[in-house]
Design a protein around this ligand. Structure first.
Ligand code: HEM
Ligand SMILES: [Cu+2]
Length: 489
């Protein structure tokens, strides 16, 4: 029974990663299409540009979450029993949601952006008909339900195993002076994600339902400012939780490769507790330009945005340096990706912290500076962790073996992703607005530089993806977890 669950869990993770990597490549191609249009190289209609922007944003954030959840699920099964049916349910609901979103965008021309900001969907429903808007909104709702089912299930399992979510966040060690080390890092991080992301998804679902009601009956209206709070609470938390799920791979893989456990000491536990709380509080940094928001909320947004990124990032980056320092770590695909991804994450947080400063925000926020920030931490942080994990997973459970091609692909990926994100940040510096289909001639060179970098990034992603798929054989057949890694000679 247990062996069957284990093999099904591996299959589920293998399928999720296959979908993730293929969708990543497709969405990257959409990214380059946007840049080609902005850079005046190949023109598409503004309408199509916004459709592409909507699918790129929704698809990327959604797929980073799927990849992150695969990482979380895989490593949690090392510590607790998890029923594979739950993960398959989430996967299935995600797929239904994705199909609905795709139909909404490409058949019914829904193009309001992944943030579906009320009352935009109602406005576009009046132009293009309500079918597209409703498909998109219900599609996201179904996706959200899938995640909630998975998170609630894991929460129940944690309560069974550790006593309470407080205990799986290490409160015994922080508040009650219990000696030793807290629960495994993967469990601590997952608890944070369960709490924060459930709140975020429920906020988002509320905003979605508001839009749906307003489309079905335009006489029922809602406060747009409240809807914006709910929407950005969701967007901020959901996007952040992708990295809090993916970072579990850093803890697990670096500790396995160095043969040193990643101990959840007090500093580590406190950092994760702070992040649990702060992540919920700081979404107002997306509202710094809304004069109607009370000033105290904006100040909280600014101060805690500084405070939020730091604790977990510091304990993770410091922890990673310490665990690797003078260890016999073997630098292969997985360990190098994890190490580089941590720097991508840290580097990506710097422009965010700058942008979360109220005076700077007023100048920078609607420029490409902001996509510059999140492409850095998502592309070189989250997505790099996912690609690294794909290799690790395949090496441990499948048949992939590293070759020279992989090294070249890693170097290409990071080099050109730095260029791509740099082209966005530079565009922000010269005041190029974000989310504009049409760019002035003096802006197009940054877009064209982005196109070239984007093409190389896609080439690297295609190599990662095809090598992963080719290596996927026998997944779930071996009853025992195969430890293919031996500490370096
Ligand atoms: C080859 C790689 C990529 C390229 C060429 C690319 C390109 C772009 C472009 C041109 C935009 C619109 C910028 C603007 O004018 O506002 C954009 C937006 C966005 N991208 Fe990417 N991107 C890539 C990879 C990624 C990755 C890996 C992620 C996350 C996992 C991501 C997430 C997003 C999001 C969330 C938006 C915002 C959409 C919106 O404003 O509604 N992108 N991307
Ligand atoms: Cu945010």
């Amino acid at each position: 029974m247990e062996a069957k669950a284990r093999s099904l869990n591996k299959k589920a993770v293998a399928i999720a990663l296959t979908i993730t990597s293929i969708v990543l490549v497709l969405m990257m191609i959409f990214g380059v299409i946007m840049l080609l249009n902005q850079g005046n190289v190949v023109k598409i209609s503004p309408q199509l540009f916004y459709q592409v922007m909507t699918i790129h944003g929704t698809g990327m954030v959604g797929i980073a979450a799927l990849g992150g959840s695969a990482i979380m699920w895989y490593f949690l099964t090392k510590y607790i029993h998890l029923n594979p049916k739950i993960y398959f349910t989430n996967l299935f609901l995600s797929l239904i949601g994705v199909v609905m979103v795709l139909v909404a965008i490409f058949v019914f021309k829904f193009s309001d952006g992944w943030t579906f900001l009320y009352p935009l969907p109602s406005a576009s429903a009046k132009i293009y008909g309500s079918t597209g808007a409703l498909l998109f909104l219900f599609g996201l709702l179904i996706l959200g339900v899938g995640y909630l089912i998975m998170y609630f299930y894991i929460a129940v399992r944690f309560v069974k195993e550790y006593g309470s979510l407080g205990k799986s966040l290490g409160w015994d060690y922080i508040f009650r002076g219990k000696k030793g080390y807290g629960p495994p890092a993967a469990v601590v991080a997952s608890t944070m994600v369960i709490i924060a992301n459930s709140v975020g998804i429920i906020a988002g679902a509320t905003a979605l339902v508001e839009s749906i009601i307003n489309i079905l009956n335009p006489h029922i209206t809602f406060d747009p400012m409240l809807a914006k709070h709910l929407t950005y609470a969701f967007g901020h938390i959901f996007a952040n939780c992708t990295i809090y799920m993916a970072v579990i791979a850093v803890y697990e893989i670096l500790s396995e490769y160095t043969g040193r456990p990643w101990k959840s000491n007090k500093a580590f536990l406190i950092a994760w507790n702070c992040s649990t709380l702060f992540t919920l509080m700081i979404y107002t940094h997306h509202l710094l330009m809304d004069f109607a928001v009370p000033q105290w909320m904006l100040i909280i947004g600014q101060i805690f945005s500084y405070a939020n990124g730091l604790p977990v990032m510091v304990v993770t980056a410091y922890g990673a340096l310490m665990i690797v320092f003078r260890s016999a770590v073997k630098w292969d695909f997985a360990s190098s990706m994890m190490f580089l991804a941590m720097f991508g994450w840290v580097a990506g947080a710097v422009p965010a912290i700058i942008d979360a400063t109220i005076v700077v925000n007023h100048v920078m926020h609607n420029t490409k500076w902001v996509p510059g920030h999140f492409h850095t931490y998502m592309g070189m942080g989250v997505v790099a962790m996912i690609f690294g994990f794909m290799y690790y997973f395949n090496k441990s459970e499948g048949t992939q073996k590293q070759n020279g091609f992989d090294k070249l692909a890693i170097a290409t990926y990071f080099l050109f992703f730095t260029g791509l994100a740099g082209s966005f940040l530079y565009a922000g510096k010269i005041s190029v607005p974000r989310r504009w289909a049409e760019h002035l001639p003096e802006w197009t060179s940054s877009d064209q530089a982005g196109v070239i970098c984007g093409i190389f990034v896609i080439a690297a992603a295609i190599i990662f993806t095809t090598r992963y798929i080719i290596g996927l054989r026998n997944i779930g057949r071996q009853p025992q977890q195969k430890k293919s890694y031996k500490t370096a000679s």
